[in-house]
Ligand binder design. Structure first.
Ligand code: FES
Ligand code: FE2
Length: 401
């Protein structure tokens, strides 16, 4: 009897080999539905607690017309608020991150807020009716800290807690001690002139790795596997083979990476990716941790945000391994950028009707299934008439219950 190969792909049925229809990649009404149904109602990773290490440290996170403000209080607690002044809605803090001593002062008319969000002072307060510090404080935002990562949600949604979504992976994740990592490199933001789903499509399968990512293929060899999702979270892994790598970065990474004693043996030899619907991937390497996340701006414009964190390990070989792992990732990202652009362009070509997915691309299919479950109108083969996308979606949702 053949041994079971854990890296063998899932078998797709013949009717499962098509992807989302091309119209879904450039329809503006669907884009608005996605903003509301996906990005406002699903958990969004805003930052890591190490991004706001001291009291008064703050960072911001914007998506789908919403603005979040994460700030560490005098009591050391990390809190999340809408970054919206209660006076006339200005941003209370501007920019991506900063530190304030004991109050956040709105740049418009100078209302100030304590680090716990309560209203502190109002210039010329007597010109207003009496304002209550709590009820007129910053509006709290639903948030959850999972393994040191701060997630926010702008509107109630279909998902359970982040911990419940990640429960299946908790045992694997625990040894990485994610709550204790620290920022490794400045956060990057790449502007991609594509629909955000084209980014996900390229990222959601490893079939293209041997051809499109020679350095990554050098690292993994044939030892790459995409798992099926559970609760919208999927797991992929590449095992570090170290068989005669041709690329300088890979060769030296394999050769010099140190023993990460806090990890179990199997985790020392692989790169793991946890993909969380709709727009996040957390990377767990033995020596480096990070995430990338798509922020849809327009139907044909997406910002991809990336951030890396490192274990507290000052050994020289640990620093070398981090540098090389990061370098390999940046090369991979640049290679993907071109593929993403071509995928997006194909959706507008009269010569392209739909994808023909391999078993090795089951991750693309799974992702599209999750999206169709959340927004059923996206399953329609033909583009709805103008003004009809939301109505049809409502009808399809109602027909389910
Ligand atoms: S809008 Fe903030 S003080 Fe006026
Ligand atoms: Fe790729």
């Amino acid at each position: 009897m053949d041994a079971i190969n854990p890296l063998a792909p899932t078998r797709l049925g013949d009717d499962e080999r098509a992807g989302l229809p091309p119209w879904t990649y450039f329809n503006k009404e669907l884009f608005q539905l996605e903003q509301d149904e996906l990005f406002r109602r699903h958990w969004q990773l805003a930052c890591h607690v190490s991004d706001v290490p001291q009291e008064g440290d703050w960072t911001t996170f914007d998506i789908a017309g919403e603005r979040a403000l994460i700030v560490r209080g005098k009591d050391k607690l990390v809190r999340a608020f809408h970054n919206v002044c209660r006076h006339r809605g200005s941003r209370v803090v501007a920019g991506e991150s900063g530190r304030c001593k004991s109050a956040m002062v709105c740049p418009f008319h100078g209302w100030s807020y304590n680090l716990d969000g309560t209203l502190r002072a109002v210039p010329k307060a007597k010109t207003f009716p009496k304002l209550d510090p709590v009820t007129h404080g910053l509006v709290p935002l639903e948030h959850e800290i999972w393994q040191g990562f701060v997630f926010v949600r702008f509107k109630p949604g279909p998902q359970g807690s982040v911990a419940s979504l990640m429960a299946e992976h908790e045992k694997e994740v625990a040894p990485y001690r994610l709550a204790d990592i620290k920022p490794y490199s400045p956060q990057t933001r790449d502007i991609l002139e594509v629909n955000w789903k084209a980014v996900r499509d390229v990222d959601n399968e490893g079939y293209h790795v041997p051809i499109a990512h020679p350095a990554l293929h050098d690292l993994y060899g044939q030892q790459y596997k995409d798992g099926r999702p559970h609760a919208g979270v999927s797991r992929s892994e590449g095992r570090i083979t170290g068989v005669a790598p041709r690329f300088w970065s890979v060769r030296n990474y394999v050769k010099h990476r140190p023993d990460m004693a806090h990890l179990p043996d199997e985790a020392k030899g692989r790169w793991v990716y946890l993909g969380m619907f709709p727009n996040l991937v957390i990377m767990l390497y033995p020596d480096l941790v990070g995430y990338y996340q798509e922020l849809p701006v327009e139907v044909g414009k997406t910002v991809q945000r990336m951030a890396y964190y490192a274990p507290r390990d000052d050994r020289r070989e640990a620093k070398v391994a981090r540098y090389l792992a990061h370098r390999i990732d940046r090369v991979t990202g640049a290679e993907d950028a071109q593929l993403i652009k071509w995928s997006w362009e194909s959706m507008q070509s009269s010569g392209f009707s739909n994808m023909i997915l391999s078993d090795l691309e089951a991750g693309v299919r799974d992702y599209h299934d999750t999206l169709r479950a959340a927004i059923p109108v996206a399953a329609l083969v033909s583009e709805p008439a103008k003004g009809q996308v939301e109505t049809i979606n409502q009808t399809l949702l109602a027909s389910r219950s």
